[in-house]
Structures are given as structure tokens and as C-alpha cells.
Design a binder for this molecule. Structure first.
Ligand SMILES: [Fe+2]
Length: 161
């Protein structure tokens, strides 16, 4: 858990520099939620939960602090710099986190299992954050698959399109 806290502290320091309090709150809620969902999904799939949590907490850092355009690519570079500067991760661990962040916007394709955890956690949080509209049509298939995997049903007030 020390490594999670070390990364979280870096992320919170970066987010703290955001001017808009509402956006800062949105960022904290989304990043924390995706981190937790990633942790659980990784655990279920026998992957590294600690690294999954860290990928989740970092995945949209660039989008919130800079811009959404190509945020997966830029965000992966930002994450690489942060993880390297902490000097507490092995190279293959950094690679796994950075690849997951780089792939996370490409929800249509299937990448390595660790990247898929982050994408599924992201979609799950989008779904649960939009109680009135449900998930976007483009991600509903992925969202349905995660619900099936977890043995959950789509609620009537949260229809899976
Ligand atoms: Fe996200």
C-alpha cells in the first residue's frame, strides 16, 4: 500500500493545482473510482491489483490537468515520468501501467489483459456516473460484458443500451 500512497500523493499534488474546484472534485471522484474498480477487476482476473489501482488513479491525470485531445498518449508519458521519478517500481511494472494508460481510450480494440482491466473499470465508472443516460452506445457492449462477468444485472434505472 505504500506505493499506492506514494503515487496518490503525487497525483493529488498535481490535481491540487487545478483552478476550478468543481473540475477538481470531478477528477478526484473519477480517478478514485476507476482506481478502486481496477483493483477489484484485477483481483478477479488474477492480475496485479496494486498496479491496476495505480493505473486507475493516473489514467486521466493529463486530461484533467491539460486537455482531452490525445490524453491517453500524453497521459502515458506523464505517468512514465512520475513513476520513474518515484524510483520504487521495476521497469516491467512501469511498462504495464504506462501501456494500460496509453491504450485506455481505445475501447473498441482488445489489448493485453492488464490494459483491459483499466478500460473496463473506466467504462464501469462512466456507466455508474450517468444514472439518467446510461453508458454511451459505443461502450455499452463492453459494459454489459463486465456486468455479466461480475454476475450483475443492469438495473432498470440504469439501462444498459
Ligand atoms: Fe477515465
Amino acid at each position: 500500500m505504500d506505493r499506492i500512497h506514494a503515487v496518490e500523493n503525487m497525483c493529488y499534488t498535481i490535481l491540487d493545482e487545478m483552478g476550478d474546484d468543481v473540475e477538481k472534485m470531478e477528477a478526484l471522484v473519477h480517478l478514485s473510482s476507476v482506481a478502486r474498480f481496477s483493483y477489484l477487476l484485477a483481483n478477479k482476473r488474477n492480475l496485479d491489483s496494486e498496479l491496476a489501482y495505480i493505473a486507475g488513479i493516473m489514467h486521466d491525470l493529463y486530461a484533467y490537468t491539460h486537455e482531452r485531445k490525445e490524453h491517453a498518449l500524453h497521459g502515458s508519458r506523464l505517468a512514465f515520468g512520475i513513476l520513474k521519478s518515484l524510483n520504487i517500481f521495476k521497469d516491467d511494472e512501469v511498462d504495464a501501467i504506462v501501456s494500460a494508460i496509453r491504450h485506455h481510450s481505445d475501447k473498441k480494440r482488445i489489448h493485453d489483459p492488464f490494459s483491459e482491466v483499466l478500460k473496463d473499470a473506466d467504462v464501469l465508472d462512466h456507466y455508474l456516473s450517468m444514472p439518467y443516460s446510461g453508458p454511451s452506445v459505443k461502450d455499452s457492449g463492453r459494459c454489459k460484458a463486465v456486468f455479466r462477468e461480475l454476475g450483475l444485472r443492469g438495473e432498470e434505472h440504469l439501462p444498459l443500451n
